[in-house]
Design a protein around this ligand. Structure first.
Ligand code: FES
Length: 318
């Protein structure tokens, strides 16, 4: 895993009354670690929160800058407000990544469904695919109002369906999803309600053809909270995880270091190996296959009284 970088805010621009674009560059002007379409960065905001934001430009092996767009969430957890209110041009932000848990898989046709600020990884993917011009691309971009639709004109000129619920009512996705098609991959990013809709409407699709991403993250201490015990396999240390404490923090309380970033189940940094026991998976990154092998301790807990776990990487240790 790469070391965090301190990057300079080279530009900031309001795209809508709520969405601001930030351009980050190395202080020396040198190139930055590469990324593929759909990747995200984790930024440490001036308030100290860590938040993940998708890169909005097409993938690049040697980028000279990273570009993210941040929606100001008045009712959020404070990270976006801090970026909007406290980050100015020439400030320095600490950045981890890029990571990609929403990568493009090969297909003949893509159906992209973006909701609100969920358009950011979709824009990166569409631009990446256009560069190679190999696949058929359909885009549905849903937002509440035109005024608050970042990149609206660009998507309209590119032939996307851009739909505003405040003036046009609810968009019916069923006609697009009724017929499953193994040659098509569906990518959806947006609010949880949209993702739930798409997952419900594609129940009859092959699961591998449907890809979703929700960056609102998971509340580490939300939902049912039962205490359980974790056993750290390399040393046999037993760690009691009380209700109201995450597995990640309970491990750290015992001096067990596990790398972490978003602490909301979205970035993939804290992954550890599952040796035994039944996890209560709550993250948004592990695939169905990975869930039998790994756990994300920042948000996930246990359904069994005990979990036996081990580091994913050599550097995670006591
Ligand atoms: S720290 Fe990001 S998924 Fe756990």
């Amino acid at each position: 895993m790469s070391e965090p970088l301190d990057l300079v805010v080279a530009e900031r621009e309001d795209l809508t009354p709520y969405v601001t674009r930030f351009v980050l560059r190395s202080p020396s002007g040198s190139s930055l670690p590469g990324y593929s379409a759909g990747a995200h960065l984790t930024l440490t905001t001036p308030s100290g929160s860590r938040r993940s934001y998708s890169l909005v430009e097409a993938g690049d092996d040697r980028p000279t800058q990273y570009v993210v767009c941040v929606r100001r969430e008045e009712q959020g957890r404070g990270g976006s407000l801090s970026l909007h209110r406290e980050t100015r041009v020439d400030d320095t932000l600490t950045v981890s990544g890029p990571h990609n848990s929403f990568a493009l898989e090969p297909a003949r046709r893509y159906l992209f469904i973006a909701g609100g600020i969920g358009v950011t990884p979709i824009r990166s993917m569409v631009n990446e695919l256009r560069r190679h011009n190999e696949a058929k691309i359909d885009v549905v971009y849903l937002s509440r109002t035109r005024e608050d639709t970042a990149f609206a004109k660009e998507f309209e000129q590119d032939g996307a369906v851009v739909h505003h619920s405040a003036t046009q009512g609810r968009f019916d996705l069923w006609p697009l999803l009724a017929e499953p098609d193994d040659d098509t991959r569906v990518y959806c990013c947006g609010p949880k309600a949209l993702i739930d809709d798409v997952l419900a409407l594609t129940m009859h699709w092959r699961p591998s053809r449907v890809h979703v991403e929700d960056f609102t993250g998971v509340d580490a201490l939300g939902g049912r909270q039962a205490p359980f015990r974790a056993v750290w396999e390399p040393t046999g240390v037993r760690v009691d995880v009380p209700a109201g404490r995450s597995l990640l923090h309970a491990l750290r309380d015992q001096g067990i270091r596990v790398p972490a970033s978003c602490e909301s189940g979205t970035c993939g940094t804290c992954r550890i190996r599952l040796i035994a026991g039944e996890p209560d998976h709550r993250d948004l990154v592990l695939s169905a296959e990975e869930r039998s092998q790994y756990v994300m301790p920042c948000v996930s807990r246990a359904s069994s009284p005990e979990l036996v776990i081990a580091p994913d990487r050599a550097e995670a240790s006591v």
